[in-house]
Write a protein that binds this ligand. Structure first.
Ligand SMILES: C[S@@+](CC[C@H](N)C(=O)[O-])C[C@H]1O[C@@H](n2cnc3c(N)ncnc32)[C@H](O)[C@@H]1O
Length: 269
């Protein structure tokens, strides 16, 4: 090997060292983000410290990779022309405009987010797209701006897991959905709050929903549910067994009892 060859070999090795360092850093970051961060978020949620994704993370929601799967995810949600649609936790509106375009002028859509800064971004997008069928509302998941049994399709994308009392939010979604309405839940693995599909199904079953369709994989899945006949039980806040006092039928049929959370019983009608 002459001097020139040796120099070339050293340069190639150095280049590869940089490549391995870069891969190591990227792998470490991915591990930190998708495992360590997830564990911290779960522990925090257990102690009641669930927080909404901050507006400073908007750039993470609105990136070219996510924009690429807007269409396939909305295909799974199954929005039809003329539907009344509710999007809970719209964030900056990455999915809002495309969803509203699918329902067309005969349909109506309300995009809800607890953070007014997020809603402002959605409004900008809706205005820029010239849509007249979208209403934007800063509201929380426990008080949805929709009448009882008025919504054909409600969808949540990487939202349910960050709501402190998901059962209460699901009870509210159950209220606004039409009897044959569909509730669509999408989760993405890279979301620090991510739940595995079995966990999502369990929560939805508890809240009175039955799984009717499932799409995707662990990386990004969508589960579609319809209302079950009634809520079964709760897993949160100590498994409190109470009769449904709002419905006299349960007093006439004492075998038909429900288990609900205290938060749920306290929820406004
Ligand atoms: C991870 S972001 C996802 C945003 C959007 N769905 C998307 O996929 O780009 C979750 C959003 O849910 C909203 N959110 C969290 N808790 C909420 C609650 N209790 N009520 C309404 N919105 C909530 C947050 O403000 C945030 O914008």
């Amino acid at each position: 090997m002459n001097t020139q060859d040796r120099k070339t070999a050293v340069i190639t090795m150095k280049r590869h060292r940089w490549l391995w360092t870069l891969l190591g850093v990227a792998g470490g970051f991915l591990f930190l983000w998708s495992v360590v961060f997830k564990i911290i978020v779960r522990i925090a949620a257990r102690f009641g410290y669930a927080t909404p994704c901050p507006i400073s993370f908007a750039w993470l929601l609105d990136n070219p990779i996510r924009r690429r799967y807007t269409r396939p995810v909305l295909d799974r949600v199954g929005i039809q022309p003329g539907d009344v649609v509710l999007e809970l936790g719209s964030g900056t509106g990455v999915f809002t405009v495309a969803a509203a375009q699918r329902i067309g002028p005969r349909g109506r859509m309300v995009a809800v987010d607890i953070q007014p800064e997020m809603i402002k971004r959605v409004e900008q997008r809706v205005r820029a797209a010239g849509l007249a069928n979208v209403e934007t509302r800063a509201a929380d998941a426990y008080h949805l701006p929709a009448a009882d049994e008025s919504v054909d399709r409600a969808f949540l994308i990487s939202v349910l897991e960050e709501i402190p009392d998901p059962i209460r939010a699901l009870a509210e979604l159950r209220r606004v959905l039409k009897p044959d309405g569909v509730l669509s839940i999408t989760a993405e693995f890279l979301d620090p709050d991510y739940w595995f599909p079995a966990e999502t199904i369990r929560q939805l079953n508890v809240a009175g929903f039955t799984l009717v369709e499932r799409f995707g994989n662990l990386w990004c899945y969508t589960l579609n549910f319809r209302k079950a006949e009634r809520q079964l039980e709760s897993t949160r806040q100590g498994e409190t067994l109470v009769r449904n006092r709002q419905n006299g039928a349960y007093d006439e049929h004492p075998d038909r009892v429900e288990v609900v959370t205290p938060a749920w019983t306290a929820a406004p009608a």
